[in-house]
Design a binder for this molecule. Structure first.
Ligand code: FAD
Length: 469
């Protein structure tokens, strides 16, 4: 059954953070906008099986760990403490539902049409849609925005069953605390979800092929994170490659190789978090003549235009940093370019956060990247152990570190590990947007006592004039 072809000014394929933000911005700019999303809810990976549910479980498990290990330091004694995992998972699901309903509300408010179905892009900016009710329709528009996101990469000998061999989706739903969760991949997703289950009582072993966890992160932050996470009980196998796995009797024997030696980890569950790849379902790049990059990502310019006239692409499908806020900003740029604005995307000040405890937040270049570029630089560093507010909270691990140009003092990188640094980084991102210097942060008055004073002190450290150390 086919319904009448529709026309629109913009068709967005995908309703994740890239797609739904692009759709709302396009509608705000007066463009008739249709968003095609095949999942039962809007919000994409981020809202349904990524950012939001993982942060809900991180929050709950952190509360449990606080109650178990630290409440007594505050003079609070808790008897009969236990985890009600069912309730914890229901709370997470309800938070996800609030967010997906929120996006639906925003679509109604901005008069964005949600076509519930799978979109296939055809030549000439036509999108065929197989609707959820089994019928077909077609939308034509002068402008199409591809926002189809990314999917997790699996291993040929560990295909996801989402019961014991898990992607991020399954790792957010485990109905009982695993006895031994092996996480393959020591990146953000592996460490966040590994932390959740460790706090709830699982033994968690992280296997990372590279010599250190958190590839691409500043070396000093990695060193501190490694120390703190090991102390918390995460087991790390770095420089180790998973070479095979056998599944039998509800156990998974995972072979790992390090320096030519092979050993086996006996897991109840395994989370494969080795990376993600662009999701191009419905986008036949070869047939369309759509140019892709070396990792299968859609090639775009800084106005989010592909090589096809009127076709834009944003978010994880275009590679780069796979982050929701990057996807959102690209969505805004695409919508504004379609509306005739001079918007351009730049990647100079995109923050990255790891929501472990302590948290990790960074923006700009690592010290190693600056060193390797040959640029003369200075650093400043301030530990949370010297910060009064951190002591009152009882969270004194970590530090704030700046890397700045030695001659001009321009900020080149900021790397934080510590309590609530996900919130502290925004100040630094703003300074980056203005191409600020460490002195700008150092001479700015920060309320006392706050964690943000550590950023002021670290910035003063670049100038050799920290006060409280
Ligand atoms: C466990 C986990 C935790 C994360 N935590 C964070 C975090 O804390 N902060 C952060 O910034 N990022 C986080 N991310 C990354 C973030 O989720 C992604 O960067 C973000 O979702 C990308 O947005 P997107 O719009 O490009 O794609 P997606 O969110 O993947 O959305 C793409 C949408 O397109 C739909 N779609 C695909 N093809 C079609 C088609 N042909 N027709 C119709 N619909 C289609 C899909 O159903 C999907 O809903 C996390 C990711 C994971 C997996």
């Amino acid at each position: 059954m086919s319904s009448e072809p529709q026309t629109s000014d913009v068709v967005v394929i995908g309703g994740g953070p890239g797609g739904y933000v692009a759709a709302i911005r396009a509608a705000q700019l007066g463009l008739r906008t249709v968003c095609v999303e095949s999942a039962a809810t809007l919000g994409g990976t981020c809202v349904n099986i990524g950012c939001i549910p993982s942060k809900a479980l991180l929050q709950s498990s952190e509360q449990f760990e606080f109650a178990r290990l630290h409440a007594h330091e505050h003079g609070i004694s808790i008897e009969g403490l236990r985890v009600d995992l069912g309730q914890m998972l229901r709370r997470k699901d309800e938070i996800v539902a609030q967010n997906t309903r929120g996006v639906e509300f925003l679509f109604r408010k901005h008069k964005v049409t949600w076509l519930k179905g799978f979109g296939t892009l055809r030549a000439g900016n036509v999108v065929d849609v197989s609707l959820a009710d089994g019928s077909q329709t077609q939308v034509r528009a002068p402008h199409v925005i591809i926002a189809t996101g990314s999917v997790p990469i699996d291993l040929p000998f560990l295909r996801f069953d989402e019961q014991r061999i898990l992607s991020n989706a399954g790792a957010l739903l485990i109905p009982e605390v695993p006895s031994h969760l092996v996480v393959i991949g020591g990146g953000v997703i592996g460490l966040e979800l590994g932390s959740v289950w460790r706090r709830l009582g699982a033994k968690v072993s992280v296997v990372e092929m590279l010599p250190a966890i958190l590839p691409g992160t500043d070396d000093d932050v990695v060193k501190e994170a490694d120390r703190v996470f090991r102390r918390q009980g995460l087991e790390f196998h770095t420089s180790s490659r998973v070479t095979g796995a056998e599944v039998a009797n509800e156990r998974i024997a995972i072979a790992i190789e390090r320096d030519g030696q092979t050993r086996t980890l006996d897991a109840s569950h395994v989370l494969v978090a080795i990376g993600r790849k662009p999701s191009l379902g419905g986008i036949d790049a070869a047939a369309l003549g759509l140019e892709l990059g070396p990792r299968g990502e859609i090639k775009v310019n800084d106005r989010m235009q592909t090589n096809l006239p009127g076709v834009f692409a944003i978010g994880d499908a275009t590679g780069g940093k796979l982050l929701a806020h990057k996807a959102e900003e690209e969505g805004v740029v695409a919508a504004e370019v379609i509306a005739g604005h001079q918007s351009r995307m730049h990647y100079h000040s995109i923050p990255s956060v790891v929501y472990t405890w302590p948290e990790i937040a960074t923006v700009g270049l690592t010290e190693r990247e600056v060193r390797e570029s040959g640029r003369e630089y200075k650093t400043g560093r301030y530990p949370f152990s010297a910060n009064g507010r951190a002591r009152t909270i009882g969270e004194t691990s970590g530090f704030v570190k700046f890397v700045a140009d030695a001659r001009t003092d321009e900020l080149l990188g900021c790397h934080m590990i510590g309590p609530n640094v996900s919130e502290l980084i925004s100040e630094i991102v703003l300074a980056f947007e203005y191409r600020g210097a460490s002195e700008d942060i150092g001479i700015t008055v920060h309320a006392h006592p706050t964690l943000s004073e550590a950023t002021k002190e670290a910035a003063l450290g670049v100038l050799g004039r920290s006060i409280h150390i």
